[in-house]
Design a protein. Structure first.
Length: 180
């Protein structure tokens, strides 16, 4: 049976921290058929691609994967949702964010606070499903863009194999912009 369990799981040490450090956006069309995986389904390589890096600061950045399963239809899929806050409303950001919200096919790499990189949107890409642009009300309020990205995938997000010094330094074809 293909879905028979093969292992158990014990409680590990208290060594996890929630949150997201940064995200990387890439063109789904370039990566979709070029991914190489190791024996544990971690991504180890892909076609030459530029990954556009966005640093994140607030605790409002969240990545979740919801499981939808139906015994009636014999189906399972994962709804991947990423909500990020990009601070500031500079004119230079306006054009690039306009492209981002109109794009239907993104692969998004999410680097969490545990330095694990999750790959979102493999099946058909991720896209913006909601967002807001705010200048705040009080002097201490958030100023910037809040964007929510969504993807529906047959499998949960794969991990990218651990890097050496900086994210993707072990992927020969990856160019990170801006660089570290």
């Amino acid at each position: 049976m293909a879905c028979a369990l093969t292992t158990g799981r014990l409680l590990d040490c208290k060594n996890q921290v929630g949150g997201i450090k940064e995200v990387f956006f890439a063109d789904w069309r370039i990566l979709q058929d070029s991914l190489t995986y190791d024996g544990t389904d971690q991504v180890t390589d892909f076609a030459a691609a530029t990954l556009y890096r966005y640093e994140l600061k607030s605790n409002a950045n969240v990545f979740t994967q919801e499981v939808t399963a139906s015994s009636d239809t014999q189906s399972v899929f994962f709804t991947q949702t990423l909500t990020i806050q990009l601070s500031d409303l500079l004119p230079t950001y306006r054009v690039e964010l306009g492209k981002m919200v109109r794009n239907r096919r993104l692969i998004i790499f999410v680097r969490d606070m545990n330095d694990r990189i999750h790959m979102m949107g493999l099946d058909q890409g991720a896209e913006v499903s909601a967002g807001s642009i705010t200048a705040g009300g009080a002097k201490g309020d958030f100023v910037g863009h809040t964007l929510t990205f969504m993807a529906e995938c047959v499998e949960q997000a794969a991990f990218v194999e651990p890097y050496t010094t900086n994210p993707f330094d072990n992927i020969a074809n990856a160019t990170v912009s801006p660089a570290y």
